[in-house]
Design a protein around this ligand. Structure first.
Ligand SMILES: [Zn+2]
Length: 442
């Protein structure tokens, strides 16, 4: 990676980068190279780009996805044109790889991870959320010393998995105060030309349980996008008290809401219903309010689940799920059926909460396909929307809807023949373009 300096990259157009440098200095693209860009490359073209063009049917069933090779012109961070292919054109060669919308990780904690340091599994003694709060009070001061560096490393991991955007929760509590946020903001600033983020001010130790009200107010006035929350009844002893605080803070600062809700049973359901009611009362919060995890939905009887899904869709409250399996299987197909906005994320990647996590949201789409029996060409192609935040190259009928001139040029090239194959095989990511800049190539 060091063989391409920041300056060299900035001065090079995408065309020069991917064609000339690739030819003259193949070592510059050593496996896993995460490149840096300071400003959008003005104009460049990709040739031999595979795009999906339609479905093939037999007896009314989709039996295959049609694709073709194209040239894609990119200018000022946008797709300028999709043109017939010309293998002889002077352009960056996509080598027949499939172009898809870049992936988005909508729930992650970039501010606290072991990733970037030595391997460390989670500890069995930390069972409950309250155990974790005590554990964090001891360990966070040490983690904070390297959290900017680690956040940058985890961003690079996400880029290598085709992700160019993340919604990151960031701890706001009396141990870190605002330092976790400030450290993460440094990492985001360092990566801002190659990676997009939005932040959730997350009261990880409860709002009232740890007396984090004032810190949350200060964070809300800083450069964040969402007000977070955590198990209102289990941690703060009152659903209404915590939700009222969060809703008011979000309204006062024109932010969205994204709450961690692990708790189930009656308090879990009451949290879902109370928050949904608040969003209906405050339309400014519609489409900007999310329940992360929301495990309570996994344990509802069918009629109650359907009623709740309908309410969430009506209030335009989204659900963000890591697609868990084992004791908890989320009712994701039901949520989709009722029109709930479902998104995914890795949540933890090697940290004290969870030892697992690959950094790939394409893998989450694959997991969803496996868990819910989505194994046909059509079903698999639909599952891609979990990784791309609902952008799909083809609509339900096989009509091409992406990419179009004017679309954001944030794309990924994968070694697959179509979306269905990419989901089924978690196909390798070969390149990532963020707002028109090539930022990763493998
Ligand atoms: Zn989380």
């Amino acid at each position: 990676m060091e063989s391409i300096s920041r300056k060299t990259f900035i001065q090079s157009s995408g065309l020069l980068l991917a064609s000339e440098i690739l030819v003259k200095k193949p070592d510059a693209f050593a496996s896993g190279a995460v490149l840096r860009a300071n400003k959008p490359a003005k104009k460049w073209t990709l040739k031999n780009v595979r795009l999906e063009t339609g479905f093939m049917y037999e007896d009314g069933e989709v039996i295959a996805t049609q694709t073709g090779l194209f040239r894609v012109e990119i200018e000022d961070g946008k797709i300028k044109a999709v043109l017939p292919n010309d293998p002889k054109a002077e352009a960056t060669d996509a080598k027949g790889q499939l172009m898809l919308p870049a992936f988005r990780d909508m729930h992650i904690h970039l501010d606290k991870t072991f990733y970037g340091g030595p391997w460390k599994a989670r500890l069995a003694k930390n069972r409950s959320v309250k155990d974790m709060i005590v554990f964090e009070q001891k360990t966070l001061p040490e983690l904070l010393k390297t959290s900017t560096y680690r956040a940058e490393k985890i961003i690079e991991l996400l880029q290598s998995k085709g992700t160019n955007f993340a919604r990151s929760h960031v701890n706001i509590e009396p141990t870190s105060k605002l330092d976790s946020l400030k450290n993460l903001q440094k990492a985001i600033e360092n990566k801002k030309d190659t990676f997009g983020t939005e932040l959730v001010a997350f009261p990880q130790h409860g709002v009232f349980y740890s007396h984090s009200e004032q810190l949350m107010k200060e964070a809300a006035a800083m450069d964040i996008d969402f007000i977070g929350g955590l198990d209102p009844n289990a941690i703060d002893g009152s659903v209404e008290k915590q939700i009222d605080f969060i809703v008011q803070l979000a309204l006062d600062h024109s932010k969205g809401i994204d709450i961690h809700l692990h708790e189930g049973g009656e308090p879990g359901l009451r949290t879902v219903e109370y928050l949904t009611q608040k969003v209906l009362e405050n339309p400014a919060l519609a489409d900007k309010t999310f329940l992360s995890h929301c495990f309570v939905l996994a344990r509802l009887e069918k009629p109650k689940l359907e009623e709740t899904a309908e309410k969430l869709a009506h209030a335009r409250v989204g659900v963000i799920s890591t697609v868990p399996f084992g004791n908890t299987i989320m009712p994701i197909p039901t949520l989709y059926r009722y029109g709930v906005n479902v998104m995914t994320g890795n949540d933890s990647i090697v940290d004290h909460w969870n030892t697992f996590g690959t950094g790939s949201v394409l893998q989450k789409a694959n997991m969803m396909a496996q868990l819910y029996g989505q194994s046909t060409e059509l079903d698999l192609s639909r599952c891609l929307k979990l990784a791309t935040c609902n952008i799909l190259p083809l609509d339900e009928k096989g009509k091409q809807q992406w990419p179009k001139a004017g679309d954001e040029a944030s794309v990924v090239l994968v070694d697959a023949s179509c979306s269905a194959e990419a989901v089924a095989r978690v196909s390798p990511v070969k390149a990532l373009v963020h707002h028109g800049n090539l930022v990763y190539r493998n």
